[in-house]
Design a binder for this molecule. Structure first.
Ligand code: AMP
Length: 149
């Protein structure tokens, strides 16, 4: 294998191809920040299927439909309560925000991410948020880069 090809293979493992990054960004730019119900409400109500990996009375976690890492899980509160995004957080949300992060750690253990993982919360168009129901991304199973894109 040529060194150029080897680098391409290595890079494709580390980060999504430029075309994938563009479509993620396009989806985020196309999404209009709003209080309207989102696709996550349909998942909560079991109106559409999801690959659920964890559920309790407050939090639901399922595999991302467009994974950016070997393990990519989305954790959401079952009741949005105005939390379309982190920038809308108020004091009453402190408990659920802590619970989302703690649950991310529980799920990371369940997924055997012993060597580390990354937590991401996208906020607003410039943060590449595409679904306006607050959620925590749990990514793992590959080496992450810094700074993120
Ligand atoms: P964000 O871009 O931070 O708003 O993240 C929204 C995430 O939800 C994206 O990573 C999508 O791939 C993911 N997503 C959207 N629809 C679904 C679905 N039906 N099932 C699982 N994940 C989804």
């Amino acid at each position: 294998m040529s060194s150029g090809k080897r680098l391409q293979v290595l890079n494709s493992h580390i980060s999504p191809p430029p075309s994938a990054m563009a479509s993620e960004k396009d989806a985020a730019l196309a999404a209009v920040p709003s209080d309207s119900p989102t696709i996550f409400d349909k998942i909560i109500k079991k109106e559409i299927p999801a690959n659920v990996v964890y559920e309790d009375d407050k939090v639901l976690a399922f595999r991302d439909i467009n994974p950016q890492a070997p393990t990519h899980i989305v954790l959401i509160p079952k009741v949005r309560d105005g939390l379309t995004g982190l920038s809308k957080a108020e004091e009453r949300h402190i408990e659920i925000l802590g619970r989302l992060l703690y649950t991310a750690k529980v799920v990371a253990k369940q997924e055997n991410l012993k060597e580390g993982f990354r937590i991401v919360i996208n906020d607003g168009p410039k943060g590449c948020q595409s679904v306006y129901h607050i959620h925590v991304h749990l990514l793992g199973g590959r080496q992450m880069n810094w700074p993120p894109g």
